[in-house]
Design a protein around this ligand. Structure first.
Ligand code: SF4
Length: 451
């Protein structure tokens, strides 16, 4: 790595799966606002649907998701009833408008639910919003909870994209994060998926976990490549114990230093590219014939709450506790606690608790940042025009600093990320973001000093 870039290694940049991030949501956006916008959805408007299942059997100590450990399946059934109520309520608001292009089950652990319950939820969606043979169904699966015949039954329901939370194959790392799952377990799950014709299998890997070393992560990558998933997402673990108390269960002394983290990310990049995967965005890899790789090649790559996607829908509807939707320029997030969520869904009301109505300038900033993250370049003229003179000067100063360090090239209104600086994509995105509070923290002081 370029020595000038070391100072950016501990910059904690937002993931920019929405703009502004959910930290900026407040209670001024109401269920009434969301309902009004649902009523304005166009007849054939493409929809991307997200269904959140918050339950897990056991807690992984690195987890940053909205989840709860649950041992009582009766409570999960209660949740499914609430979800189906919510789906019906949204369907009535839409009044037949909108066409779901995709349905994504995430969590938590979607396969905490039995396949029968997942089928019930899909049935409710079909009744309320309609599904077609072309609707893409995707689900995140915990390999430890995949039972005999589950993959076949999910495929029979129409799931054609399955994602496995692998994280790391090393037994020592798995013990340190409280997530024990053998290679054979994952090999068997992938084998089941291939046997029933699932041709979009995705793995999530995590670097920056306790006890990870270059040697151990190399072995994890070798095993990943041997199992030949169609996509691999390589995420950096974000250690935020003050915001996520459960992460205090991890032994911090075993976390690799920043430089090792960067080496692990670089190792993953080298090995996956050498194995024939195509880089997609800053943290995804896909086989060249995979729809995500084709979207990247053809300039159609997009970014939404699930990360990088080839999904064409601008409108997202989120179902379940804490789920976020984006409809007609409004972000709407459901109540996070089950009690609050049930209070709304039991009455047949929308469960919106907070959100944000985008201003025209936030639309422009978000478009510019997404363009940079998806295509590694951005036209900054409209962004600068949308900002106040002070903000625009600050953005230019930060970009000058990044240009001087060889992270970006800058020609007129166009900035471009240098190919070898791909791991710093989010740092550049943050430089474009007038709301980025962390710009003044840690190693980002370097950027702040340029202001
Ligand atoms: S299975 Fe996923 S959501 Fe559940 S605790 Fe582990 S990381 Fe978190």
């Amino acid at each position: 790595m370029n020595p000038l870039w070391r100072k950016y290694l501990d910059v904690r940049a937002p993931r920019y799966t929405s703009y502004p991030s959910a930290l900026h949501f407040d209670e001024q956006a109401t269920a009434a606002d969301y309902g009004k916008r649902l009523g304005e959805v166009g007849l054939y408007e493409p929809l991307s649907l997200y269904v959140h299942i918050p339950f897990c059997r056991q807690m992984c100590w690195y987890c940053g998701c909205n989840m709860r450990v649950e041992n009582d399946y009766g409570r999960a059934l209660r949740y499914v009833r609430a979800l189906n109520n919510e789906i019906g309520t949204v369907g009535r608001r839409l009044g037949g408008a909108g066409r779901p292009l995709s349905v994504h089950f995430g969590g938590g652990t979607p396969n905490f639910l039995k396949v029968a319950e997942i089928g019930d939820i899909l049935g409710a969606i079909e009744l309320a919003l309609g599904l077609t043979d072309g609707t893409r169904l995707a689900i995140e699966l915990d390999p430890r909870l995949i039972g005999d015949g589950d993959v076949e039954r999910l495929a029979a329901l129409g799931f054609n994209r399955m994602s496995l939370g692998v994280q790391d194959f090393d037994p020592g790392v798995q013990a340190a994060i409280n997530r024990i799952q053998s290679f054979e377990m994952i090999e068997s799950a992938v084998g089941d998926m291939r046997r029933v014709g699932v041709n979009d299998v995705s793995f999530d890997l995590l670097y920056g976990l306790p006890k990870q070393t270059a040697e151990s992560f190399e072995a994890t990558l070798e095993k990943t490549i041997a199992l030949s998933p169609d996509r691999v997402a390589v995420f950096g673990y974000a250690h935020l114990p003050s915001q996520l108390p459960r992460q205090r269960l991890l032994d911090e002394t075993l976390l690799p230093p920043e430089e090792t983290r960067a080496d692990l990310a670089g190792l993953a990049d080298d090995m996956l590219v050498a194995a024939g995967y195509r880089r997609v965005g800053f943290d995804h890899y896909a086989k060249p014939d995979n729809p995500l790789a084709r979207a990247e090649l053809e300039g159609r790559l997009r970014r939404n709450f699930q990360g990088f996607t080839d999904d064409l829908a601008d409108t997202t509807i989120g179902f379940g506790a804490s789920a976020i939707g984006f409809v007609g320029g409004l972000y709407a997030q459901n109540a996070k606690t089950l009690g609050d969520y049930y209070r709304c869904t039991d009455r047949g009301e929308l469960a919106t608790a907070r959100g944000l109505v985008l201003s025209p300038r936030e639309v422009t900033i978000g478009q510019t940042i997404r363009g940079l993250l998806c295509r590694s370049q951005a036209d900054i003229a409209s962004l600068l025009a949308a900002l106040s003179p002070t903000e625009a000067n600050a953005v230019c100063a930060r970009l000058e600093s990044l240009e001087a360090d060889g992270v970006i090239s800058w020609d007129g209104d166009r900035i471009a990320l240098r190919p070898e600086a791909r791991p710093l994509s989010r740092v550049v995105a943050m430089a474009l973001d007038p709301y980025a509070p962390v710009i003044k923290d840690g190693a980002a002081r370097t950027l702040a000093r340029a202001l």
